[in-house]
Every structure is written in C-alpha cells, then in structure tokens.
Design a protein around this ligand. Sequence first.
Ligand code: NAD
Length: 278
Amino acid sequence: MADNTIPQVELNNGTTIPQLGFGVFLVDPPEAERVVTDALEIGYRHIDTAAIYRNEEGVGRALASSGVPREELFVTTKLWNTDQGSDTALPAFETSLDKLGLDYVDLYLVHWPAPQRDTYVESYRVLEQILAAGRARAIGVSNFLVPHLERLLAETSIVPAVNQIELHPYYQRRDLVEFGRSRGIHTEAWGPLSQGKSPLLQDPMVTAIADAHGKSPAQVVLRWHLEEGTIIFPKTTSRERAAENFDLFDFELSASEHAAITALDRDERLGGDPLEVN
Ligand code: NAD
C-alpha cells in the first residue's frame, strides 16, 4: 500500500507531516525493530518515538533496513525530563540521533513541561538552536497546558510546530486545541485509542457506528480524529492491527456520526497530569 493515501499536514514552518503515523510507546526494545519494520511495510512513513521509550535503536535499525528513502520518512523523538536544561538538552538530542542512526530528525519535542524543574524554557531554546542548525526540521512540545504555552511564546522566538497531548473522544480538550490553533500550533493526539485502557472501543455508540460501516471500533475512532484535523500515531505490536489502523481512507463518518462521537466527551484523562509529571 502506498503512502499517497495519507493526508499531509503543513506545520507552521512549512514542513509537512503525514497526518497518520505509528507510535512506539511501550514497545519493548527487542521488539521495536520488527514492529517498525512491519509498520513501514504496511505503508506508514511517520514514526513517533522518544528517548524514554528506550527503543530508538530498534526504530533506527528498522528505518535503515527498510530501503525507504530518508526524505520519505518522518521521525519524531522527544527530550526526556531529566535531560532538560541548557547544558544537558543538546547531548541528549545527540544521543537520540546516534541511537536512531540519523543525522536529523523531522520533529523534536520537549516531552513534558515538568514545571517543578522549571527548565522547559531554557530547554526549548536549545531546540531552537537544533532547528537553526538543520538537525531537526521542526520543533515543538508535548503535554503543555495553556500557561506553559503562553510562557514559551512570551520568552522564546519560534512558535512550536505542535503540541502533542493526550486526546481521544473521552478527553477532547477543546480549549487547549483551540488555543493552539489560534497560535499556529498543531495538535497531535497521543493515546488516540485511549491506550486501550478505557471502554472507549466498547462504547455502544462507537460499536454501532463501526457496525454500520463494516469497520472496527478502532477504525471509527481513528477516522474521527482524522476528520478533526488531528495528527495521530496509534500504537500496536500486532501487524494485523497496524494494517487495520492504516486502513482509514475508504469510508467517512456522516455529520451525525461524527457529532455523536464528539458528544462522548467526558473530560476523562487517563495518563499523567502535566502539572505533576516531572
Ligand atoms: P493508543 O491510544 O495508540 O493505544 C494503544 C493500544 O490500543 C494498544 O496497546 C492496544 O491495546 C490498543 N489497540 C491498538 N490498535 C487497536 C485495534 N486496531 N483494535 C483494538 N485495540 C487496538 O495509545 P498510546 O500508544 O499511548 O499512544 C499512541 C502513541 O502516542 C504512543 O505510541 C507514543 O508514540 C505517543 N505517546 C506520547 C505520549 C507523550 O507523553 N507525549 C504519551 C503516550 C503516548
């Protein structure tokens, strides 16, 4: 399957990113190479990893052996909290590049604001230097709330290209998404399937819509995200599910189906609290 079915989103500096990618949180390091190889064979070209996932080496091996030209790949990784700081961020970035076997990444993110450390501004300034040096094509943040974004916008010069946040039908965070939109910061959703933790995929509304289209509940939820304009990278270690999660472009939700999923919002955060993860 070719990648040309996947919509490209233009970020605020002109870089384009495939709207659908593949995430590797909690993919065991020894399994990462096989899982990412499967994903690339299916047609994914956008891979989302992080230093803290400890699988950058496996991801890098899969990228290298895939034969996919570097310019067709979009690779994101992230600066871990304990590496934040004006002296530590650059060496951490270089370690990630080495492990990935790349000479640039497409997107580099500050993983959490970690407000008790109070180092996200100085860390982001290092990302600005990385961008200027051409070693990342775009930079951004993750898990930032409006006050963190406001401070960053006030104290640094480059508007983050993205804010990667927990977001799914049960946790839609309209104010934060809208704030980003108003400033040119594109939202990426982590946990788009609510990490398989909540009953979202068994929700009767989701299963009824899935049945109506002959699609799976996961496909319906992922389709809803795409129609919202959000960038997603669902994770699975199963090749079959990876193919299922890529097969989202032969159906659409009707306006009333889309609205019915939007109406499921219940402000239900499943992951860490950005004010507390440090
Ligand atoms: P997800 O919502 O993608 O859920 C993954 C889980 O959903 C799988 O483990 C599996 O249990 C289930 N699943 C996947 N495909 C399915 C299918 N077709 N049918 C039924 N169940 C299915 O959660 P995630 O992995 O946490 O999020 C996606 C990616 O976001 C991560 O891999 C990672 O790259 C990124 N992420 C970022 C942060 C951050 O702090 N920035 C945090 C968590 C995740």
